[in-house]
Design a protein around this ligand. Sequence first.
Ligand code: GAL
Length: 963
Amino acid sequence: MSRTDTASLAWYESPSPGTGCLPPRAWYAESDARRLSLNGRWAFRLSPRADGEDTSFVQPDFDASDWATVAVPGHWVLQGAGGAPAYTNVVYPFPVDPPRVPSENPTGDHLRLFELPGDWPGGGGSVLRFDGVESAARVWLNGVELGDFKGSRLPHEFAVGELLRPGANVLAVRVHAWSSGSYLEDQDQWWLPGIFRDVTLLHRPAGAPGDFFVHAGYDHRTGSGTLRVECEGAEGRVLVPGLGLDIAAGETVTLPVEPWTAETPRLYEGELVTPGERVPLRIGFRTVAVADGVLRVNGRRLLFRGVNRHEFHPETGRTVDAETMRRDLVLMKRHNVNSVRTSHYPPHPAFLDLCDELGLWVIDECDLETHGFAEADWRNNPVDDPRWTPALLDRAARMVERDKNHPSVIVWSLGNECGTGAGLGAMARWMRQRDPDRPLHYEGDPSCADIDLYSRMYASHAEVELIGRRAEEPLEDPELDARRRAMPFVLCEYAHAMGNGPGGLSEYQRLFERYERCQGGFVWEWIDHGLAHPELGFAYGGDFGEELHDGNFVCDGLLFPDRTPSPGLAEYKKVVEPVRIAPGSAPGAFTVTNTYDFTDLDHLEFRWSQEADGVLVASGTLAVPPLAPGASAEVAADAPPGDGLWTLRAVLAEATDWAGRGHLVAWGQSEAGTPAAPRPATGARPRVSGSTVALGPGTFDAATGVLLRIGDIPVEGLRLDVWRAPTDNDNGAAWQPDERYGRLWREWGLHRMRHRLDAVEAGADALTVRTRVAPAGRDVGLRTVYRWTADGDRLGLTVSVEPEGDWRVPLPRLGVRFALPSAYDAVRWFGGGPGEAYPDTRAAAMLGRWARGVDELQTPYVRPQENGARAGVRWVELADAGGGGLRAEGGAPFSFTARRWTGEELDAAEHLTDLVAGDRVQVGLDHAVQGIGSGSCGPGVLPAYRLDTAPAEFSFVFSARGR
Ligand code: GAL
């Protein structure tokens, strides 16, 4: 800013938040005051530049009949109205020269003609409200300028009473893609200009409140709630029939109530009655406090089992309809998620109403991120330049005033990734004086000088453990250090859910449970931001020809773009389950622990089952004694103890607003007796005849020792395989050079291993094939011996692998691959299921008998990568439509994959549409696989889940199953 005199700047480049807007106030969905939605089709004209002086379109007689139209709310770049979306994570897609923006500044002129209803009330005033416009807007009504504003994800209102006319009115809005506000909105997401939230005309009757603030605390020692509703600009009464209350606004009353928590979202319906308007209230009594180094609500420590939620829809971008908002929350509740950080801006206001209603803890984050200044060592960072402070304070006020009456909002967040600066302190001071009842959050300042919670993103398990013990590295300033060390700790982002993963969730959860200070975290992030694309399925960065972009880093959610849950969400659900069910002291017994923060287990029913090789033997329900949060008890099925697989499920006893009766909340298993290992397949003798060798049901090529058939099933290319199409988490982030295994594997040539044949030996009871498997250009290798044996109709394979040379990388996987004709696509297995599982993502894999088609085994990661493995498998069968097929039993539990393309084809694909089904089913049977981790942004695979290169031996027994 030093180079420019800000006074001479165009309004959209001035760091000022805007002119002409009314002060912010609380949002509420409806009241008895009239309102008129101006959503709908608007006339639209796009200009490539912002500096055109021509504003003739704002005149009421302007003829826009040749303009295009767009839907409002919406982003014009997603409506074929010109321009395209662009994705960058940290870098600004324009030269960093604050507060100036490029001359090439796409500008959308919007026109909306509306009829004022004939019975629109005459008295009082009217306001025009914009709930969200990216990135800056200038507004005219009937040719008269109302003002301008920035702050894309924040509400702005103008008084328009005087300007409204009976009959036809013309609203004109000029929107610029880039403005000084863009410097404050560098969140990791698509840049999507437009009027993307509702536009509404609201009548403000004489005697209506200017604003109101509901204070509803709860004293857990007495069980009483204290209510005071401040009402500005009008006399008011507060009615809460459920509590028999009729008090004056401003009056404080204390009385017995049921508290609001995310687990028990008890809302009391009420009304603020003023001479001009009756405003509905939904009151939730709760008290948030940091006490003894712990964040508490209603006196109890709470554990965030959270997600970071961006507003996103694959077709409409950040325009998210009410049904989609509800769907997000229902999905969260069904997956045991109890909290949301509204990364990185306040959501559509209706979303918070739903959080109040369904029960979610919310960290409401201000629309503020200046991350791109990190590229310039934070020079000219707006949060450290007083000329921007009014804009920062404006943003703080617009969030707090809009959202202050939601019980679900328990923490305010100043913003995300802005570095440090006095502007943040100013925001914090303002928020504290306006709302002393909510703690403040901000992750980007390690000193935590302005805030109440120590927050970090992507800290490793080891560091979280240190923090849990309050033994982290000290800050230089002892006073700040002591202050921070006494704070509660949250991971505002962790477990980067990009592509396959995240791995390591269970280990984080154990730390959150062990250390009182560690109050959980928020997985990054809720949904992949893949945009629907006619050729590519879902598009990511670069797919719109952006000059700068960050590829598929925008697809890192627990939901696919179409909101199908990914395996990561199933895993998270299991890891954060609010009831822990562990094997008890005897078969059929379990230890049940209540891990809710507030409720007992009365709302759950406990159903047990006993199975043998996946077949139900017995089942029933059992009673669990009343357990307070944190308490445990051993319970047992009312059945004779016996061997087999025992499962105990906790399900909803009654339907709720978010799931039906019987919905699975938590489960645990225990196995009694040793599962039978396959009988050895030995005794048969290899018989050489011509160019083939027959051994039991197997037929081999005599020269190469390669398996050709089992029974009459052709088996192609069975051999050792160590490659997998690297996952995003394998590839890792640039800032973790040592653990970018996906890249290391490629450097070492693991994707192009050569198989040298050393010997084929037909012995008395085995066919032995000796090989060496190694990449070109390296002196490392894997001596690999296949020892085939058979009895009458079963074929045994033992593979031994002896590494040679100085292996300094782990292996992606270790197993065998082969191909079957494409008809063998009906898969049944006994093992972990039904979903994908890897060594550090297998908490949700339930042991049992499962069946899926090959196509259903695939996980559609937006950028194709390794996926679909099933873990802990004892046997798998691949059958054709007639039911005949191949069975493989493991000498020890194994993993399998089955796909219609090879790992190499999967690796080469950039989008799902690149994957073309071949005429084979490619099968992988793996003795071991490397874990997943969350190295695409956070820590990599924990040592226990690394597949270090070491001698190994594993075996399978194959048989052909008749039709
Ligand atoms: C964080 C950031 C998020 C997102 C994430 C990586 O640094 O706060 O917005 O970029 O990393 O996906």
